[in-house]
Design a protein. Structure first.
Length: 425
C-alpha cells in the first residue's frame, strides 16, 4: 500500500441505506478528484517517467486483475468493483515480483522483439503466465491477459497495471521543490464496520451506535489527524469536502506578545489573525468541544499560500497566554470574565483582519502592547443565525483571499511609496 498524503475513507455498515448512498457519492468524488496527478507539477519538473514504454529496475506498477474476463486488455478499459488489487515490482531485467492477496509471487520477465514501437512482455510464474503490452492511448498502463501455464493459448483472465511514479522525487532543474507540489497521492478506501467492529470502534466509529453512520473522514497520516465530513451523502458535497481538505498547505505563524510588539514597531503590515482561547474547567466550552476551532487552523493553512501571495500574512495568537495582546486587537476594556480571560474577547475561532505597525515611516512607534492601526472582525457574529460552521468559515476565508487579490495592486503601490519615503529619510 503506498504512503498517501491523504486518505478519504468511508466507514460503513452494509445494512444502512445512507451508507449505500454515501458509497455512490464516494465513487463519484474519487472519479472526479482522482489521486492528484495534475497537482504534481510534473511538466514544470521536466516530465515524469509515467509515459515511458519500457521497464526499469525498481519500477512499481499498481492495478487490478479481473478473473474470468479479458476486458481489461482493451485500451482505456477502467477498473470495476470486484476486481482484485495487485502490485508489481520490477526486480531486474529478468525478474518481477507480484503482490496479490497477501502473497508475493516471483516471476520471470521476458521482452519480445518490438513490433514497430510496441513491446510485448511476458511474466511467467509457477502456475500462470501474464502476457501484456503498454496501452496505446495511456502509455503508463500495462494491459494484458492471463493464462494457465498448462494452457498458454487459452486466456482466462485479464489485468491492468499503472506505473506508480509517486515514490520518485521531482524537482526543478535547479534542485528545489516546486512550491505547493503534491508529493504523495490522494487515496480512497472503505471499512466495513460490520465485519471489523473492533477496528472501527478504536477509530471512533462504533458499529453499536448506528446513528454515527455513514461516516466519512479525510485522514492525514503524516500529521496524525483527521477531519470528519458532516454533509449529506451527495457526490458533489463529498467532492467539495475532499477537494478543500486536500489542498496544498502553507504556514500559520504562532505569535506571542514579543512578536506582536516587534510587528508594532515595524512598517504597517496586513494580517489575518486567528484569536484562540483555551477553556478552563469552569467553562461550558473548551477547545476540544469547539468543532469549528478544530477546523480553523487546517482551513487557514490551506488558504495561506493564496493569502500570502496577495500580501496578507497569516498568524494565530493564544489569547489565554497572551491576554493583553488579544485585548488590544479586540478593543476590550481590560476587565476579565469568570475564566480569567479578557471580557469582551471574541467567540471561539474568531478571525480578525488587522493592520499593525507604525502609521508612517519614521513616525513615532506605538507603545508596546498598544492597539493596532486597524482591526476588524472577519464576520459579524450577530448577523449569523446559529453557529458559524465550517462552510461559513471556508466562505469567509476564501472571500478574504479574493478581496486581498483584488486589492493587491493598490497595496503594492502603497508599499513602494512607503519604501521610497523611508529611503529618502
Amino acid at each position: 500500500i503506498p504512503h498517501a498524503q491523504e486518505w478519504l475513507v468511508h466507514f460503513f455498515l452494509p445494512q444502512n441505506d445512507d451508507c449505500k448512498q454515501t458509497k455512490i457519492a464516494m465513487a463519484r468524488a474519487a472519479a472526479d478528484l482522482g489521486t492528484g496527478e495534475a497537482e504534481r507539477g510534473i511538466a514544470a519538473a521536466g516530465g515524469a517517467s509515467a509515459g515511458r514504454r519500457t521497464l526499469s529496475e525498481g519500477d512499481i506498477f499498481r492495478g487490478v486483475i479481473r478473473e474470468k474476463s479479458v476486458a481489461l486488455r482493451t485500451d482505456g478499459a477502467g477498473i470495476a468493483e470486484g476486481d482484485t488489487h495487485i502490485a508489481l515490482l520490477v526486480l531486474s531485467k529478468s525478474t518481477v515480483k507480484l503482490f496479490i492477496l497477501g502473497e508475493e509471487l516471483e516471476m520471470t520477465l521476458s521482452v519480445d522483439q518490438p513490433q514497430g514501437n510496441e513491446h510485448r512482455l511476458s511474466m511467467e510464474g509457477k502456475e500462470r503466465v501474464f502476457n501484456c503490452r503498454f496501452d496505446r492511448t495511456q502509455p503508463g498502463w500495462l494491459r494484458g491477459t492471463i493464462a494457465e501455464v498448462s494452457r498458454r493459448d487459452h486466456d482466462v483472465s485479464s489485468f491492468a497495471l499503472k506505473r506508480d511514479d509517486w515514490w520518485r522525487d521531482h524537482h526543478f532543474s535547479n534542485g528545489t521543490l516546486i512550491p505547493g507540489m503534491r508529493t504523495k497521492p490522494r487515496l480512497y478506501g472503505a471499512v466495513n464496520c460490520g465485519r471489523f467492529p473492533d477496528f472501527c470502534k478504536r477509530k471512533g466509529a462504533d458499529p453499536s451506535v448506528p446513528k454515527r453512520f455513514p461516516q466519512v473522514r479525510m485522514l492525514f497520516p503524516d500529521e496524525v489527524r483527521f477531519e470528519i465530513y458532516r454533509g449529506r451523502p451527495l457526490g458533489r458535497e463529498v467532492f467539495a469536502f475532499a477537494r478543500e481538505a486536500s489542498r496544498a498547505s502553507g504556514e500559520v505563524q504562532a505569535l506571542n506578545s514579543t512578536d506582536l510588539q516587534t510587528m508594532q514597531t515595524a512598517l504597517p503590515s496586513l494580517w489575518l489573525l486567528y484569536l484562540q482561547r483555551e477553556g478552563s474547567s469552569s467553562s461550558k466550552s473548551s477547545s476540544l468541544d469547539c468543532q469549528l476551532c478544530r477546523s480553523v487552523l487546517p482551513v487557514l493553512r490551506r488558504t495561506a499560500p493564496r493569502l500570502r501571495a496577495a500580501g496578507l500574512q497569516i498568524g494565530s495568537v493564544n489569547c489565554t497566554a497572551h491576554a493583553s495582546a488579544c485585548r488590544s486587537f479586540t478593543n476590550a476594556d481590560g476587565t476579565e470574565d469568570a475564566d480569567g480571560l479578557p471580557a469582551g474577547s471574541p467567540e471561539w475561532g474568531t478571525l480578525r483582519l488587522v493592520e499593525v505597525g507604525t502609521s508612517s515611516p519614521g513616525g513615532a512607534p506605538p507603545a508596546p502592547g498598544g492597539p493596532p492601526v486597524r482591526s476588524f472582525a472577519l464576520w459579524d457574529q450577530q448577523l449569523l443565525v446559529g453557529d458559524a460552521g465550517q462552510s461559513v468559515l471556508i466562505s469567509a476565508v476564501e472571500a478574504a483571499a479574493s478581496m486581498a487579490e483584488l486589492m493587491l495592486p493598490r497595496t503594492a503601490e502603497k508599499t513602494a511609496q512607503r519604501s521610497s519615503v523611508k529611503a529618502e529619510l
